[in-house]
Design a protein around this ligand. Structure first.
Ligand code: PDD
Length: 283
C-alpha cells in the first residue's frame, strides 16, 4: 500500500510521522473520511469544506489549496489501483512536528497523511435486520468545551462510548449531550421516525454536521418525507417507530434495538427502506 505523506507517495512501511508531531503528543489534528467509487471521491467538495472549517476551528492554516488536496486524494487512489469498485480515503492533518509544549506556533508545518484502501462494508445482514445500540453513559463533549463542528482526531470520549458498546456486545453506542438530549453515534449521526416524521438531533444539540446527515435530509425532502431537526429525549428513541445511523462509511444503517429493547417492530421500517433504496452510494 502506498501512503500519501505530505503529498509524497511512500510505501506503508516507510510512512512514519515524527514522535514530536503534536497530533501524536496532544491529539492536535483534524481529519475527514471519504468514500470513493470507480476512482471518484464522493462529495469531495463537502469534505474539503468541512476540513477547512475544522482547520479554522483550531487556528490551523492549511498550506494546501482545495485543488492540491483533491489532486493528492486522486493520486493516492490511482497509486493504489483503487479506480474500480469502492474504496475509502482517510485524510488526516495534524499540527505537525515541534518541541514539546501546547503552543501551536511551535510547529512549523502541518502533517498531511492520506490513506486509501478498499472499502469494507458492514455485513449485509446488518442492513437487512438492523443493529443494536446502547445509550452510552459517556456524554458527548460539551460544545462549550470543544466545538463538535471540529472533526478532530481527539476522539477519546467517543472511544470510551465505543468501549461501552463493545462491553454490551452492541454495534455502537449513542451519546447524549450534557443536557441529556440524544446527540450522535460514536462516528455517526442518528435519525428516528416518530408518527411518520423523520427526526434528527438539531446541530445546536452539539453534534458533527455529518455530510451523510445532510444528504439524507435533502433526500427525504425530495421524497416528500416530512423532516424535523429537533432536540430529542432518550424516550423518543425508545418509542420511535424506526431508527438508523448515518455516516460516510455506513450510509444508512437501520437500528432495531436500543438497550436491549425493540425499536418499532424490531425490523427496519418502511421509511428507512425507502431512504436506503434512494441513497446514491448504497452497496
Ligand atoms: N465519522 N458524527 C461523528 C462524531 C463522526 O465521526 C462522523 C463521521 C459522523 C458522520 O459524518 P459523515 O456523514 O460526514 O461521515 C457523525 C467518520 C466516518 C469517521 O470517523 O471515519
Amino acid at each position: 500500500m502506498l501512503i500519501s505523506l505530505n503529498r509524497r507517495l511512500v510505501p506503508e512501511s516507510q510512512a512514519a510521522v515524527s514522535v514530536f508531531d503534536h497530533g501524536f503528543l496532544y491529539g492536535d489534528g483534524i481529519y475527514e473520511t471519504l468514500r470513493v467509487r470507480e476512482g471518484e471521491a464522493f462529495r469531495c467538495k463537502e469534505h474539503l469544506r468541512r476540513l477547512a472549517e475544522s482547520a479554522r476551528g483550531i487556528a490551523l492554516t492549511l498550506p494546501w489549496s482545495d485543488t492540491e488536496l483533491a489532486h493528492a486524494i486522486h493520486r493516492v487512489i490511482r497509486a493504489n489501483r483503487l479506480t474500480r469498485g469502492q474504496a475509502m480515503v482517510r485524510m488526516t492533518v495534524s499540527r505537525g512536528p515541534g518541541p514539546i509544549g501546547l503552543d501551536p506556533a511551535l510547529c512549523r508545518r502541518p502533517t498531511l497523511v492520506l490513506i486509501a484502501r478498499r472499502y469494507r462494508p458492514q455485513p449485509k445482514v446488518f442492513y437487512e435486520r438492523g443493529v443494536s445500540v446502547i445509550l452510552a453513559t459517556t456524554r458527548r463533549n460539551a460544545p462549550q468545551a470543544l466545538s463538535p463542528r471540529i472533526k478532530s482526531t481527539n476522539f477519546l470520549n467517543n472511544i470510551l462510548a465505543k468501549i461501552e458498546a463493545k462491553r454490551a456486545h452492541t454495534f455502537d453506542a449513542v451519546l447524549l449531550s450534557l443536557q441529556g438530549f440524544i446527540a450522535e453515534g460514536t462516528t455517526s449521526n442518528v435519525f428516528i421516525v416518530r408518527r411518520g416524521v423523520l427526526e434528527t438531533p438539531a446541530l445546536k444539540t452539539g453534534i458533527l454536521a455529518g455530510v451523510t446527515r445532510n444528504e439524507v435530509l435533502q433526500l427525504a425532502r425530495a421524497l416528500r418525507i416530512p423532516t424535523r431537526e429537533v432536540r430529542l429525549r432518550p424516550r423518543a428513541l425508545f418509542h420511535a417507530e424506526e431508527c438508523f445511523l448515518t455516516s460516510t462509511l455506513l450510509d444508512i444503517l437501520p437500528v432495531t434495538r436500543v438497550n436491549g429493547r425493540r425499536i418499532g417492530t424490531g425490523r427496519p421500517g418502511p421509511i428507512t427502506h425507502r431512504l436506503i433504496h434512494a441513497f446514491p452510494t448504497v452497496l
